[in-house]
Structures are given as structure tokens and as C-alpha cells.
Design a protein around this ligand. Structure first.
Ligand code: ADP
Ligand code: MG
Ligand code: MG
Length: 192
């Protein structure tokens, strides 16, 4: 990952989020409060606007800009969680860590904030699968899709979806789906 790739990543992620905004909202309807599409769409619109205005020149500046915008512009649970992820990534980048370790620190920060474990039917399920695959150099689009799809049969243990209990079973977790988009676009930006 480098600054040009990072900017491209955020542009591609923003495009995906805007295109799939309605689907994200649809996923957040049976097991949530129907705002995940709006939350992510607002946050990512601010991220790309801030990139255009501030023109970050290093990966560290970019990660900081993403953190600030996600923390301040995305409401709900997902804003603080994605914000924590990018804050952890920024700190690991400052410490000179490699990309796999940077992503792992992002995951650790999500878990520090939200206390979700693997199998709780949250974005953490996707982050765990992706971090492990990146560490082993085997991240693929298929693996991301499988990790997202694997949240479907689970019963939610964290976040709003946990309020509906057994009725959360049979639905993909919205945050897992948006994290899937994040990592699909990371792979695409890295391949360009
Ligand atoms: P809200 O639930 O506040 O309306 P969003 O709809 O934007 O926020 O985001 C919901 C997503 O946030 C869930 O689908 C889930 O992936 C994620 N989430 C919620 N709580 C947690 C948690 N404690 N740890 C990890 N992820 C969580
Ligand atoms: Mg919601
Ligand atoms: Mg909400």
C-alpha cells in the first residue's frame, strides 16, 4: 500500500458505497434501523471531498484524514468502529509496520472498542478472515465473499442486530457487507 494506491482505494470504496447504498440500507432493515447505507454514504462522501481539498501526500496523512472524517461524520455504531480501525492503522503505519500488521491493528482497535468476537455476526468476522488471509498472502475476492456470506446463518451477539435475537438468523450483517466492499476495493486498488 502507498499513498496513490490508498487514494484510489478510497475513491473505489466510495463508488461502491454510493452504488450499494440502498442495498446496505436493505440489509440493515430486518436486523437494524435501516441507516447503514446513509451512514456509510455520508462518511465516504466526506472522505473523498477531504482528499480533494487537503491532498494528503503520505499514507499516514491519508489514514488520519479517513479516521477524522469517519469518526466525525458517520453516526451509529459503524462510525466509531470504522474510525477506530483507521486510527489503529494510522498508529501502526507511524510505527513503520507492514501492511498485514497495519490491518491487524485496525481489527484489534475495532475489537477494543466494540468487544465483538469471531462469530458474533459483525464486521469483525470479515476483518478476522481478511487479516488472516493477508498475513498468509492469500486474500482473494472469493474469500471476502465467503466471509461476508458466513455471517448469514449466525445469531447476532453484538450491536442492534442482537436486539432481535433469533430473528437475526438468515440475514447478512450490514457492517460485514460494507467491510467486504472495503476489502474488495483494496484488492482492486492494489492490482491497478
Ligand atoms: P447502528 O447499528 O448504530 O445503526 P450502523 O447501522 O451504521 O450503526 O452499523 C451497523 C453495523 O455495525 C453492524 O452491521 C455491525 O457489523 C457493526 N457493529 C455493531 N456493533 C458492533 C460491535 N460491538 N462490534 C463490531 N461491529 C459492530
Ligand atoms: Mg443501523
Ligand atoms: Mg443507527
Amino acid at each position: 500500500m502507498n499513498i496513490d494506491m490508498g487514494i484510489r482505494w478510497m475513491e473505489l470504496f466510495n463508488e461502491k458505497i454510493q452504488n450499494e447504498k440502498d442495498y446496505l440500507t436493505q440489509l440493515d432493515t430486518p436486523i437494524g434501523d435501516s441507516d447503514h447505507g446513509n451512514n456509510m454514504s455520508r462518511g465516504m462522501a466526506h472522505v473523498v471531498k477531504a482528499i480533494e481539498e487537503q491532498k494528503p501526500e503520505t499514507l499516514n496523512e491519508l489514514l488520519k484524514l479517513i479516521t477524522t472524517n469517519l469518526l466525525s461524520k458517520v453516526g451509529g455504531a459503524s462510525g466509531p468502529l470504522y474510525g477506530s480501525a483507521f486510527m489503529g492503522m494510522m498508529k501502526a503505519e507511524t510505527a513503520g509496520e507492514e501492511w498485514a500488521k497495519i490491518l491487524k491493528t485496525g481489527l484489534e482497535n475495532i475489537q477494543m472498542r466494540g468487544k465483538a468476537e469471531q462469530g458474533d455476526k459483525t464486521m469483525v468476522d470479515v476483518w478476522i478472515a481478511v487479516v488472516e488471509a493477508v498475513e498468509n498472502g492469500e486474500l482473494t475476492h472469493e474469500l471476502i465473499d465467503e466471509a461476508v456470506e458466513a455471517t448469514k446463518p449466525l445469531k447476532a451477539k453484538k450491536g442492534r442486530a442482537s436486539y432481535v435475537g433469533d430473528r437475526s438468523i438468515g440475514h447478512i450483517d450490514p457492517g460485514a457487507y460494507s467491510s467486504g466492499l472495503l476489502f474488495h476495493t483494496m484488492l482492486r486498488a492494489e492490482a491497478e
